[in-house]
Ligand binder design. Structure first.
Ligand code: N01
Length: 538
Protein backbone atom coordinates (compact mmCIF):
# COMPACT_ATOMS: atom_id res chain seq x y z
CA UNK A 1 0.00 0.00 0.00
CA UNK A 2 1.40 3.46 -0.88
CA UNK A 3 2.54 5.47 2.12
CA UNK A 4 2.83 9.15 2.90
CA UNK A 5 6.06 10.80 4.03
CA UNK A 6 5.34 9.90 7.70
CA UNK A 7 4.96 6.24 6.87
CA UNK A 8 1.18 6.15 7.17
CA UNK A 9 -0.82 4.48 4.41
CA UNK A 10 -2.37 6.83 1.87
CA UNK A 11 -6.01 6.92 2.64
CA UNK A 12 -9.12 6.91 0.52
CA UNK A 13 -11.48 8.73 2.87
CA UNK A 14 -11.64 10.72 6.07
CA UNK A 15 -14.40 10.26 8.64
CA UNK A 16 -15.08 12.27 11.73
CA UNK A 17 -15.60 8.97 13.48
CA UNK A 18 -14.96 5.34 12.71
CA UNK A 19 -17.03 2.91 14.77
CA UNK A 20 -15.73 -0.63 15.09
CA UNK A 21 -18.60 -3.10 15.39
CA UNK A 22 -22.25 -3.13 14.35
CA UNK A 23 -23.87 -4.53 17.49
CA UNK A 24 -26.18 -2.56 19.74
CA UNK A 25 -23.31 -0.25 20.76
CA UNK A 26 -22.20 0.36 17.19
CA UNK A 27 -25.71 1.03 15.91
CA UNK A 28 -26.48 3.61 18.56
CA UNK A 29 -23.02 5.21 18.18
CA UNK A 30 -23.70 5.74 14.50
CA UNK A 31 -27.13 7.19 15.15
CA UNK A 32 -25.87 9.48 17.91
CA UNK A 33 -22.74 10.76 16.20
CA UNK A 34 -24.43 11.22 12.85
CA UNK A 35 -27.12 13.19 14.64
CA UNK A 36 -24.40 15.56 15.82
CA UNK A 37 -23.46 16.20 12.21
CA UNK A 38 -20.46 13.87 12.07
CA UNK A 39 -19.46 11.82 9.05
CA UNK A 40 -19.34 8.29 10.43
CA UNK A 41 -18.33 4.87 9.13
CA UNK A 42 -19.18 1.62 10.89
CA UNK A 43 -17.13 -1.48 10.09
CA UNK A 44 -18.70 -4.80 11.02
CA UNK A 45 -17.02 -8.18 10.57
CA UNK A 46 -20.28 -10.13 10.22
CA UNK A 47 -22.57 -10.03 7.22
CA UNK A 48 -25.28 -8.47 9.35
CA UNK A 49 -25.75 -6.20 12.35
CA UNK A 50 -26.63 -7.32 15.89
CA UNK A 51 -23.24 -8.23 17.39
CA UNK A 52 -23.76 -10.73 20.22
CA UNK A 53 -27.17 -11.61 18.81
CA UNK A 54 -25.74 -12.08 15.34
CA UNK A 55 -23.03 -14.51 16.45
CA UNK A 56 -24.69 -16.42 19.31
CA UNK A 57 -27.37 -18.30 17.38
CA UNK A 58 -27.06 -21.54 19.30
CA UNK A 59 -30.33 -23.35 20.10
CA UNK A 60 -31.87 -21.86 23.23
CA UNK A 61 -30.02 -18.53 23.08
CA UNK A 62 -31.99 -15.76 24.73
CA UNK A 63 -31.37 -12.73 26.90
CA UNK A 64 -31.27 -13.06 30.70
CA UNK A 65 -32.55 -9.51 31.40
CA UNK A 66 -36.23 -8.84 30.81
CA UNK A 67 -36.83 -7.67 27.24
CA UNK A 68 -38.72 -4.54 28.32
CA UNK A 69 -35.48 -3.44 30.04
CA UNK A 70 -32.98 -4.91 27.61
CA UNK A 71 -33.90 -2.44 24.89
CA UNK A 72 -33.05 1.05 23.71
CA UNK A 73 -34.63 4.04 25.41
CA UNK A 74 -33.20 6.85 23.27
CA UNK A 75 -36.29 7.05 21.09
CA UNK A 76 -39.72 7.20 22.70
CA UNK A 77 -41.57 6.01 19.58
CA UNK A 78 -39.26 3.03 19.27
CA UNK A 79 -39.76 1.88 22.84
CA UNK A 80 -43.51 2.41 22.62
CA UNK A 81 -44.00 0.73 19.26
CA UNK A 82 -41.71 -2.29 19.49
CA UNK A 83 -43.52 -5.36 20.82
CA UNK A 84 -41.52 -8.02 22.65
CA UNK A 85 -43.12 -11.44 22.40
CA UNK A 86 -41.55 -12.97 25.50
CA UNK A 87 -40.30 -11.98 28.92
CA UNK A 88 -36.79 -12.98 27.82
CA UNK A 89 -36.54 -12.44 24.08
CA UNK A 90 -34.99 -15.20 21.98
CA UNK A 91 -31.91 -14.50 19.88
CA UNK A 92 -33.95 -14.35 16.64
CA UNK A 93 -36.13 -11.55 18.04
CA UNK A 94 -33.16 -9.56 19.33
CA UNK A 95 -31.56 -9.86 15.91
CA UNK A 96 -34.81 -8.70 14.28
CA UNK A 97 -34.82 -5.74 16.71
CA UNK A 98 -31.25 -4.77 15.72
CA UNK A 99 -32.24 -4.89 12.04
CA UNK A 100 -35.39 -2.91 12.73
CA UNK A 101 -33.30 -0.19 14.41
CA UNK A 102 -30.92 -0.11 11.44
CA UNK A 103 -33.91 0.25 9.06
CA UNK A 104 -35.87 2.69 11.17
CA UNK A 105 -32.99 5.14 11.60
CA UNK A 106 -31.63 4.62 8.08
CA UNK A 107 -28.28 3.41 9.39
CA UNK A 108 -27.38 1.05 6.55
CA UNK A 109 -25.69 3.57 4.21
CA UNK A 110 -22.95 4.15 6.81
CA UNK A 111 -22.39 0.52 7.76
CA UNK A 112 -19.87 -1.62 5.90
CA UNK A 113 -20.49 -5.32 6.54
CA UNK A 114 -18.09 -8.24 6.04
CA UNK A 115 -15.24 -5.95 7.04
CA UNK A 116 -12.98 -6.48 10.02
CA UNK A 117 -10.81 -3.64 11.27
CA UNK A 118 -7.26 -4.96 11.15
CA UNK A 119 -5.35 -2.02 12.59
CA UNK A 120 -5.67 1.48 13.98
CA UNK A 121 -2.62 3.71 14.34
CA UNK A 122 -2.59 7.14 15.90
CA UNK A 123 -0.87 9.92 13.94
CA UNK A 124 0.44 12.30 16.59
CA UNK A 125 1.28 15.08 14.14
CA UNK A 126 -2.25 15.25 12.78
CA UNK A 127 -4.23 13.99 15.81
CA UNK A 128 -6.05 11.47 13.66
CA UNK A 129 -6.32 7.69 13.48
CA UNK A 130 -5.32 5.65 10.46
CA UNK A 131 -7.65 2.69 10.21
CA UNK A 132 -7.16 -0.30 7.95
CA UNK A 133 -9.49 -3.19 7.32
CA UNK A 134 -9.09 -6.74 6.09
CA UNK A 135 -10.90 -5.64 2.91
CA UNK A 136 -8.17 -3.18 2.00
CA UNK A 137 -9.86 0.00 3.26
CA UNK A 138 -7.40 2.62 4.50
CA UNK A 139 -9.17 5.61 6.01
CA UNK A 140 -8.54 8.28 8.62
CA UNK A 141 -10.78 9.21 11.50
CA UNK A 142 -10.91 12.04 14.00
CA UNK A 143 -12.09 9.63 16.66
CA UNK A 144 -12.38 5.88 16.86
CA UNK A 145 -15.18 4.26 18.84
CA UNK A 146 -14.53 0.67 19.84
CA UNK A 147 -17.99 -0.90 19.92
CA UNK A 148 -16.36 -4.30 19.89
CA UNK A 149 -18.38 -6.00 22.65
CA UNK A 150 -17.42 -7.51 25.99
CA UNK A 151 -18.09 -11.09 24.96
CA UNK A 152 -17.20 -11.23 21.29
CA UNK A 153 -13.77 -12.80 21.17
CA UNK A 154 -14.32 -16.54 21.45
CA UNK A 155 -12.30 -18.82 23.73
CA UNK A 156 -11.47 -22.00 21.83
CA UNK A 157 -9.48 -24.05 24.32
CA UNK A 158 -6.30 -25.62 23.14
CA UNK A 159 -7.24 -29.20 24.00
CA UNK A 160 -4.81 -31.81 22.60
CA UNK A 161 -6.13 -33.35 19.39
CA UNK A 162 -8.78 -30.64 18.95
CA UNK A 163 -8.29 -30.32 15.22
CA UNK A 164 -8.34 -34.06 14.64
CA UNK A 165 -12.08 -34.35 15.36
CA UNK A 166 -13.86 -35.77 12.31
CA UNK A 167 -17.41 -34.81 13.29
CA UNK A 168 -18.99 -31.37 13.26
CA UNK A 169 -17.58 -28.89 15.78
CA UNK A 170 -19.28 -25.66 16.84
CA UNK A 171 -18.60 -22.80 19.23
CA UNK A 172 -21.75 -21.29 20.74
CA UNK A 173 -20.42 -17.79 20.01
CA UNK A 174 -19.84 -18.53 16.29
CA UNK A 175 -22.93 -20.52 15.54
CA UNK A 176 -23.71 -21.10 11.83
CA UNK A 177 -26.61 -19.28 10.23
CA UNK A 178 -28.07 -22.47 8.82
CA UNK A 179 -30.27 -24.59 11.05
CA UNK A 180 -28.19 -27.37 12.65
CA UNK A 181 -30.10 -30.62 13.10
CA UNK A 182 -28.95 -32.92 15.89
CA UNK A 183 -31.63 -35.56 15.36
CA UNK A 184 -30.28 -39.06 15.88
CA UNK A 185 -26.77 -37.85 16.68
CA UNK A 186 -24.38 -38.32 19.58
CA UNK A 187 -23.56 -34.82 20.75
CA UNK A 188 -21.03 -33.57 23.28
CA UNK A 189 -21.09 -30.15 24.99
CA UNK A 190 -17.98 -28.82 26.74
CA UNK A 191 -18.83 -26.00 29.13
CA UNK A 192 -21.61 -25.26 31.57
CA UNK A 193 -21.72 -21.45 31.71
CA UNK A 194 -24.75 -19.42 30.58
CA UNK A 195 -24.40 -20.59 26.96
CA UNK A 196 -24.06 -24.28 27.83
CA UNK A 197 -26.89 -24.11 30.33
CA UNK A 198 -29.21 -22.54 27.76
CA UNK A 199 -28.39 -24.88 24.92
CA UNK A 200 -28.12 -28.22 26.78
CA UNK A 201 -31.90 -28.68 27.39
CA UNK A 202 -32.75 -27.86 23.77
CA UNK A 203 -30.10 -30.13 22.28
CA UNK A 204 -31.04 -32.92 24.69
CA UNK A 205 -34.52 -32.80 23.17
CA UNK A 206 -33.12 -33.51 19.71
CA UNK A 207 -30.03 -35.64 20.04
CA UNK A 208 -29.90 -39.42 20.29
CA UNK A 209 -27.49 -38.92 23.18
CA UNK A 210 -26.00 -35.85 24.82
CA UNK A 211 -22.82 -35.97 26.89
CA UNK A 212 -22.12 -32.87 28.96
CA UNK A 213 -18.50 -32.30 29.95
CA UNK A 214 -18.56 -30.14 33.07
CA UNK A 215 -15.45 -28.65 34.64
CA UNK A 216 -17.18 -26.30 37.09
CA UNK A 217 -20.87 -26.47 38.02
CA UNK A 218 -22.80 -23.21 37.96
CA UNK A 219 -25.77 -21.78 39.79
CA UNK A 220 -28.82 -21.37 37.63
CA UNK A 221 -32.27 -19.97 38.39
CA UNK A 222 -35.37 -20.75 36.33
CA UNK A 223 -36.35 -18.12 33.77
CA UNK A 224 -40.09 -18.86 33.94
CA UNK A 225 -40.09 -17.46 30.45
CA UNK A 226 -43.28 -16.94 28.49
CA UNK A 227 -45.34 -14.29 26.76
CA UNK A 228 -45.40 -10.94 28.57
CA UNK A 229 -48.92 -10.35 29.85
CA UNK A 230 -50.59 -7.47 28.05
CA UNK A 231 -51.29 -5.58 31.27
CA UNK A 232 -47.58 -5.71 32.19
CA UNK A 233 -46.58 -4.25 28.83
CA UNK A 234 -49.25 -1.56 29.11
CA UNK A 235 -48.19 -0.68 32.62
CA UNK A 236 -44.49 -0.41 31.75
CA UNK A 237 -45.11 1.59 28.59
CA UNK A 238 -47.32 4.01 30.47
CA UNK A 239 -44.43 4.83 32.80
CA UNK A 240 -41.40 3.89 30.74
CA UNK A 241 -39.30 6.82 31.95
CA UNK A 242 -39.78 5.86 35.62
CA UNK A 243 -39.21 2.21 34.80
CA UNK A 244 -35.91 3.08 33.12
CA UNK A 245 -34.94 5.28 36.05
CA UNK A 246 -35.61 2.40 38.45
CA UNK A 247 -33.54 0.13 36.24
CA UNK A 248 -30.67 2.61 36.29
CA UNK A 249 -30.81 2.79 40.07
CA UNK A 250 -30.54 -0.98 40.45
CA UNK A 251 -28.42 -1.86 37.40
CA UNK A 252 -30.07 -5.20 36.62
CA UNK A 253 -33.82 -5.20 37.26
CA UNK A 254 -36.32 -2.37 37.68
CA UNK A 255 -38.97 -4.42 39.46
CA UNK A 256 -36.96 -6.79 41.58
CA UNK A 257 -37.71 -5.20 44.92
CA UNK A 258 -34.09 -5.13 46.02
CA UNK A 259 -34.06 -5.67 49.75
CA UNK A 260 -31.99 -3.42 51.90
CA UNK A 261 -32.01 -5.68 54.97
CA UNK A 262 -29.43 -8.41 55.40
CA UNK A 263 -29.82 -12.18 55.25
CA UNK A 264 -28.13 -12.70 58.59
CA UNK A 265 -30.61 -10.61 60.53
CA UNK A 266 -33.32 -13.14 59.68
CA UNK A 267 -34.06 -16.69 60.78
CA UNK A 268 -33.32 -19.57 58.41
CA UNK A 269 -37.04 -19.98 57.72
CA UNK A 270 -37.42 -16.31 56.82
CA UNK A 271 -34.37 -16.41 54.57
CA UNK A 272 -35.61 -19.50 52.78
CA UNK A 273 -39.05 -17.97 52.29
CA UNK A 274 -37.37 -15.04 50.54
CA UNK A 275 -35.19 -17.32 48.39
CA UNK A 276 -38.26 -19.39 47.50
CA UNK A 277 -40.13 -16.29 46.36
CA UNK A 278 -37.11 -15.27 44.23
CA UNK A 279 -36.92 -18.78 42.76
CA UNK A 280 -40.63 -18.50 41.83
CA UNK A 281 -40.12 -15.04 40.38
CA UNK A 282 -37.17 -16.38 38.40
CA UNK A 283 -34.15 -15.08 36.60
CA UNK A 284 -31.51 -12.80 38.03
CA UNK A 285 -33.98 -11.48 40.64
CA UNK A 286 -32.12 -13.75 43.04
CA UNK A 287 -29.45 -11.04 43.29
CA UNK A 288 -32.05 -8.83 44.99
CA UNK A 289 -32.80 -11.22 47.88
CA UNK A 290 -30.74 -9.53 50.57
CA UNK A 291 -28.33 -6.62 50.70
CA UNK A 292 -25.40 -8.70 51.98
CA UNK A 293 -25.59 -11.52 49.44
CA UNK A 294 -22.44 -10.44 47.62
CA UNK A 295 -20.57 -9.03 50.61
CA UNK A 296 -21.03 -11.48 53.49
CA UNK A 297 -19.80 -15.04 52.78
CA UNK A 298 -22.09 -16.40 55.49
CA UNK A 299 -25.14 -14.78 53.90
CA UNK A 300 -23.99 -15.93 50.50
CA UNK A 301 -23.67 -19.50 51.78
CA UNK A 302 -27.32 -19.54 52.88
CA UNK A 303 -28.49 -18.60 49.37
CA UNK A 304 -26.07 -21.05 47.77
CA UNK A 305 -27.37 -23.81 50.04
CA UNK A 306 -30.91 -22.98 48.98
CA UNK A 307 -30.05 -23.48 45.30
CA UNK A 308 -28.09 -26.64 46.05
CA UNK A 309 -31.23 -27.89 47.81
CA UNK A 310 -33.25 -27.17 44.66
CA UNK A 311 -30.76 -29.09 42.52
CA UNK A 312 -30.99 -32.09 44.87
CA UNK A 313 -34.80 -31.94 44.68
CA UNK A 314 -34.93 -31.69 40.89
CA UNK A 315 -32.22 -34.15 39.85
CA UNK A 316 -33.29 -37.71 40.62
CA UNK A 317 -29.88 -39.43 40.62
CA UNK A 318 -28.18 -38.23 43.84
CA UNK A 319 -24.68 -38.73 42.41
CA UNK A 320 -25.51 -36.58 39.38
CA UNK A 321 -27.14 -33.97 41.63
CA UNK A 322 -23.95 -33.73 43.71
CA UNK A 323 -21.87 -33.25 40.56
CA UNK A 324 -24.17 -30.38 39.57
CA UNK A 325 -23.95 -28.63 42.96
CA UNK A 326 -21.63 -25.61 42.75
CA UNK A 327 -19.24 -24.99 45.62
CA UNK A 328 -18.04 -21.46 44.79
CA UNK A 329 -19.81 -18.41 46.17
CA UNK A 330 -23.14 -17.67 44.53
CA UNK A 331 -22.85 -14.80 42.06
CA UNK A 332 -19.09 -14.99 41.88
CA UNK A 333 -19.77 -16.07 38.31
CA UNK A 334 -22.88 -14.62 36.72
CA UNK A 335 -25.94 -16.58 37.85
CA UNK A 336 -27.35 -18.42 34.85
CA UNK A 337 -30.99 -18.26 33.83
CA UNK A 338 -32.40 -21.46 32.38
CA UNK A 339 -35.39 -23.31 31.08
CA UNK A 340 -35.40 -26.86 32.41
CA UNK A 341 -31.63 -27.15 32.85
CA UNK A 342 -31.34 -29.32 35.94
CA UNK A 343 -34.31 -31.51 34.97
CA UNK A 344 -32.53 -32.29 31.70
CA UNK A 345 -30.23 -34.60 33.68
CA UNK A 346 -33.24 -36.84 34.43
CA UNK A 347 -33.50 -37.71 30.75
CA UNK A 348 -32.27 -41.17 29.78
CA UNK A 349 -30.36 -39.77 26.78
CA UNK A 350 -28.21 -37.34 28.82
CA UNK A 351 -25.04 -38.11 30.72
CA UNK A 352 -22.80 -35.84 32.76
CA UNK A 353 -19.03 -36.17 32.90
CA UNK A 354 -17.30 -34.50 35.83
CA UNK A 355 -14.03 -33.19 34.41
CA UNK A 356 -12.69 -32.40 37.88
CA UNK A 357 -12.72 -36.14 38.63
CA UNK A 358 -11.92 -37.33 35.10
CA UNK A 359 -10.24 -34.57 33.05
CA UNK A 360 -10.19 -34.49 29.27
CA UNK A 361 -7.04 -36.21 28.00
CA UNK A 362 -7.64 -35.42 24.34
CA UNK A 363 -10.10 -34.87 21.56
CA UNK A 364 -9.86 -37.76 19.13
CA UNK A 365 -11.19 -38.14 15.56
CA UNK A 366 -14.24 -39.91 16.99
CA UNK A 367 -14.96 -38.03 20.22
CA UNK A 368 -13.51 -37.03 23.57
CA UNK A 369 -11.25 -39.18 25.71
CA UNK A 370 -11.14 -38.45 29.42
CA UNK A 371 -8.88 -40.06 32.03
CA UNK A 372 -11.69 -42.59 32.49
CA UNK A 373 -12.41 -43.61 28.89
CA UNK A 374 -13.63 -42.65 25.42
CA UNK A 375 -16.92 -40.90 24.60
CA UNK A 376 -17.89 -41.42 20.97
CA UNK A 377 -19.41 -38.29 19.40
CA UNK A 378 -20.79 -37.18 16.05
CA UNK A 379 -20.90 -33.50 17.05
CA UNK A 380 -18.93 -31.47 19.58
CA UNK A 381 -20.15 -28.10 20.88
CA UNK A 382 -17.70 -25.79 22.61
CA UNK A 383 -19.69 -23.67 25.05
CA UNK A 384 -16.36 -22.48 26.36
CA UNK A 385 -16.95 -18.74 26.55
CA UNK A 386 -14.89 -15.74 25.60
CA UNK A 387 -11.67 -13.83 26.07
CA UNK A 388 -13.95 -11.37 27.79
CA UNK A 389 -13.72 -7.58 27.93
CA UNK A 390 -10.19 -7.24 26.55
CA UNK A 391 -9.90 -9.93 23.86
CA UNK A 392 -11.51 -7.97 21.04
CA UNK A 393 -9.11 -5.07 21.67
CA UNK A 394 -5.87 -6.89 22.40
CA UNK A 395 -6.31 -9.12 19.36
CA UNK A 396 -6.48 -6.02 17.14
CA UNK A 397 -3.38 -4.06 16.08
CA UNK A 398 -4.11 -0.79 17.90
CA UNK A 399 -1.13 1.56 18.23
CA UNK A 400 -1.28 4.81 20.15
CA UNK A 401 1.26 7.52 20.97
CA UNK A 402 4.83 6.43 20.17
CA UNK A 403 3.48 3.37 18.34
CA UNK A 404 2.62 1.65 21.62
CA UNK A 405 0.45 -1.43 21.15
CA UNK A 406 -2.76 -1.64 23.20
CA UNK A 407 -1.88 -5.28 23.84
CA UNK A 408 1.43 -4.21 25.42
CA UNK A 409 -0.15 -1.36 27.39
CA UNK A 410 -2.49 -3.97 28.89
CA UNK A 411 0.09 -6.73 29.32
CA UNK A 412 -0.35 -6.67 33.10
CA UNK A 413 -4.11 -6.18 32.86
CA UNK A 414 -6.39 -3.58 31.30
CA UNK A 415 -5.87 0.00 32.42
CA UNK A 416 -8.07 2.89 31.47
CA UNK A 417 -9.98 5.84 32.84
CA UNK A 418 -13.71 5.31 33.46
CA UNK A 419 -13.59 2.23 31.27
CA UNK A 420 -13.77 4.66 28.36
CA UNK A 421 -10.33 5.99 27.46
CA UNK A 422 -6.76 4.71 27.69
CA UNK A 423 -3.76 6.94 28.46
CA UNK A 424 -1.52 7.02 25.39
CA UNK A 425 -4.46 6.35 23.03
CA UNK A 426 -6.01 9.78 22.38
CA UNK A 427 -9.36 10.20 20.63
CA UNK A 428 -10.18 6.54 21.11
CA UNK A 429 -13.27 5.56 23.10
CA UNK A 430 -14.24 2.11 24.30
CA UNK A 431 -17.89 1.30 24.86
CA UNK A 432 -18.43 -0.80 27.97
CA UNK A 433 -14.74 -1.46 28.37
CA UNK A 434 -13.07 -3.03 31.40
CA UNK A 435 -13.42 -0.60 34.30
CA UNK A 436 -17.03 0.25 33.41
CA UNK A 437 -20.18 -1.41 34.82
CA UNK A 438 -20.84 -3.18 31.47
CA UNK A 439 -21.39 -6.86 32.24
CA UNK A 440 -22.41 -6.15 35.84
CA UNK A 441 -25.21 -3.93 34.58
CA UNK A 442 -27.96 -4.11 32.01
CA UNK A 443 -25.90 -3.75 28.83
CA UNK A 444 -28.37 -1.69 26.82
CA UNK A 445 -28.67 1.26 29.24
CA UNK A 446 -24.92 1.00 29.85
CA UNK A 447 -24.27 1.25 26.12
CA UNK A 448 -26.57 4.23 25.81
CA UNK A 449 -24.95 6.00 28.76
CA UNK A 450 -21.50 5.50 27.21
CA UNK A 451 -22.54 6.58 23.75
CA UNK A 452 -24.32 9.65 25.14
CA UNK A 453 -21.19 10.56 27.09
CA UNK A 454 -18.99 10.09 24.03
CA UNK A 455 -21.39 12.14 21.89
CA UNK A 456 -21.46 14.92 24.45
CA UNK A 457 -17.67 14.86 24.66
CA UNK A 458 -17.02 14.87 20.93
CA UNK A 459 -19.46 17.75 20.59
CA UNK A 460 -17.72 19.65 23.39
CA UNK A 461 -14.32 19.18 21.74
CA UNK A 462 -15.59 20.41 18.40
CA UNK A 463 -17.31 23.45 19.84
CA UNK A 464 -14.23 24.43 21.84
CA UNK A 465 -11.85 23.77 18.97
CA UNK A 466 -9.98 20.91 20.68
CA UNK A 467 -8.53 18.24 18.42
CA UNK A 468 -7.44 15.81 21.05
CA UNK A 469 -8.63 14.21 24.29
CA UNK A 470 -6.53 11.78 26.28
CA UNK A 471 -6.83 10.20 29.72
CA UNK A 472 -4.15 11.33 32.16
CA UNK A 473 -2.01 8.47 33.48
CA UNK A 474 -2.57 9.39 37.15
CA UNK A 475 -6.36 9.58 36.68
CA UNK A 476 -6.18 6.19 35.01
CA UNK A 477 -4.16 4.69 37.88
CA UNK A 478 -6.63 6.05 40.42
CA UNK A 479 -9.58 4.68 38.48
CA UNK A 480 -8.07 1.20 38.16
CA UNK A 481 -7.36 1.21 41.92
CA UNK A 482 -10.93 2.35 42.61
CA UNK A 483 -12.41 -0.44 40.42
CA UNK A 484 -10.40 -2.99 42.40
CA UNK A 485 -11.21 -1.43 45.78
CA UNK A 486 -14.91 -1.57 44.94
CA UNK A 487 -14.83 -5.25 44.07
CA UNK A 488 -12.42 -6.34 46.83
CA UNK A 489 -14.88 -6.45 49.76
CA UNK A 490 -17.33 -8.56 47.75
CA UNK A 491 -17.31 -12.24 46.91
CA UNK A 492 -16.90 -11.39 43.21
CA UNK A 493 -13.13 -11.88 42.94
CA UNK A 494 -13.17 -15.20 44.84
CA UNK A 495 -13.46 -17.72 42.02
CA UNK A 496 -11.98 -18.40 38.58
CA UNK A 497 -14.39 -16.29 36.57
CA UNK A 498 -14.05 -14.50 33.27
CA UNK A 499 -14.63 -11.26 35.23
CA UNK A 500 -11.06 -11.85 36.42
CA UNK A 501 -9.75 -13.18 33.12
CA UNK A 502 -9.18 -16.48 34.92
CA UNK A 503 -10.76 -18.52 32.11
CA UNK A 504 -7.96 -17.71 29.66
CA UNK A 505 -4.58 -19.35 30.29
CA UNK A 506 -1.92 -16.69 30.87
CA UNK A 507 -4.34 -13.75 31.08
CA UNK A 508 -3.50 -11.39 33.97
CA UNK A 509 -5.84 -11.88 36.89
CA UNK A 510 -7.49 -8.50 37.31
CA UNK A 511 -11.11 -7.84 38.25
CA UNK A 512 -12.41 -6.03 35.15
CA UNK A 513 -15.98 -4.75 35.49
CA UNK A 514 -16.92 -1.85 37.76
CA UNK A 515 -19.50 -2.63 40.40
CA UNK A 516 -22.20 0.03 40.59
CA UNK A 517 -24.03 1.60 37.67
CA UNK A 518 -25.56 4.60 39.51
CA UNK A 519 -22.29 5.78 41.13
CA UNK A 520 -20.53 5.24 37.83
CA UNK A 521 -22.98 7.50 35.98
CA UNK A 522 -22.58 10.12 38.71
CA UNK A 523 -18.79 9.95 38.33
CA UNK A 524 -18.97 10.40 34.54
CA UNK A 525 -21.22 13.43 35.01
CA UNK A 526 -18.93 14.87 37.67
CA UNK A 527 -15.93 14.54 35.34
CA UNK A 528 -17.74 16.59 32.71
CA UNK A 529 -19.00 19.15 35.24
CA UNK A 530 -15.39 19.62 36.36
CA UNK A 531 -14.21 20.41 32.84
CA UNK A 532 -13.15 16.89 31.89
CA UNK A 533 -11.24 16.26 35.06
CA UNK A 534 -8.63 13.56 34.55
CA UNK A 535 -8.38 14.21 30.80
CA UNK A 536 -5.84 16.24 28.85
CA UNK A 537 -7.55 18.34 26.16
CA UNK A 538 -5.54 19.97 23.40
O1 N01 B 1 -19.02 -18.73 28.90
P1 N01 B 1 -18.47 -19.00 30.39
P2 N01 B 1 -20.53 -18.61 28.40
N1 N01 B 1 -12.24 -27.59 29.40
O2 N01 B 1 -17.07 -18.53 30.39
C1 N01 B 1 -15.89 -24.21 30.43
C2 N01 B 1 -23.06 -14.06 28.82
N2 N01 B 1 -24.12 -14.88 28.31
O3 N01 B 1 -20.47 -18.42 26.93
O4 N01 B 1 -15.90 -22.60 34.68
C3 N01 B 1 -13.44 -27.74 29.97
O5 N01 B 1 -19.38 -18.48 31.39
C4 N01 B 1 -15.86 -23.36 31.66
O6 N01 B 1 -15.42 -24.10 32.77
P3 N01 B 1 -14.74 -23.31 34.03
C5 N01 B 1 -23.07 -14.12 30.34
O7 N01 B 1 -22.64 -12.90 30.86
C6 N01 B 1 -25.36 -14.48 28.57
O8 N01 B 1 -21.35 -19.70 28.89
O9 N01 B 1 -13.74 -22.37 33.42
N3 N01 B 1 -14.30 -26.77 30.19
C7 N01 B 1 -17.33 -22.94 31.73
O10 N01 B 1 -18.14 -23.94 32.26
C8 N01 B 1 -22.06 -15.20 30.59
O11 N01 B 1 -21.51 -15.18 31.89
C9 N01 B 1 -26.40 -15.23 28.15
O12 N01 B 1 -14.13 -24.39 34.82
C10 N01 B 1 -13.94 -25.54 29.78
C11 N01 B 1 -17.68 -22.78 30.24
O13 N01 B 1 -16.72 -23.53 29.51
C12 N01 B 1 -21.07 -14.96 29.50
O14 N01 B 1 -21.84 -14.58 28.39
C13 N01 B 1 -26.19 -16.40 27.45
C14 N01 B 1 -12.71 -25.30 29.16
C15 N01 B 1 -17.59 -21.35 29.79
O15 N01 B 1 -18.51 -20.57 30.50
C16 N01 B 1 -20.22 -16.12 29.11
O16 N01 B 1 -21.03 -17.29 29.08
C17 N01 B 1 -24.90 -16.79 27.19
C18 N01 B 1 -11.84 -26.39 28.98
N4 N01 B 1 -10.64 -26.25 28.42
C19 N01 B 1 -23.87 -16.01 27.62
N5 N01 B 1 -12.63 -23.99 28.86
C20 N01 B 1 -27.75 -14.77 28.44
O17 N01 B 1 -28.11 -13.64 28.27
C21 N01 B 1 -13.78 -23.43 29.28
N6 N01 B 1 -14.57 -24.37 29.84
C22 N01 B 1 -28.64 -15.71 29.03
Amino acid sequence: MPQDSAGFPQTSAHYDAVVVGGGFAGLYSLHKLRGLGLKVRVYEAGDGVGGTWYWNRYPGARVDIQSLEYSYQFDEDLQQQWEWSERYAPQSELLAYANHVADRFNLWPDIQLNTRVASARFDEAADIWHVRTDQGDAVTAGVVVMATGCLSSTNIPDIPGRDSFQGRMFHTGRWPKEQVDFTGRRVGVIGTGSSGIQTIPVIAGQAAHLTVFQRTPNYSAPAHNGPIPEDVVKNVKARYAQYRAANNATALGADWDYRTDTAMEHSEAERNAEYESRWRRGGLSFYGSFADLLTDPEANFTAAEFIRGKIRQIVKDPAVAEMLCPTAALGCKRICVDTGYYATYNRPNVSLVDLRATPIAEITPSGVRTSEGAHGLDDLILATGFDAMTGALTRMDIRGVGGQLMKDAWAAGPKNYLGLCVAGFPNLFIICGPGSPSVLSNMLPSIEQHVNWIGQTVDYLRRRGFRRIEAKPDAQEQWVAHVNETAAPTILPTCNSWYLGANIPGKPRVFMPYLGFAPYVAKCEEVVANGYEGFELA
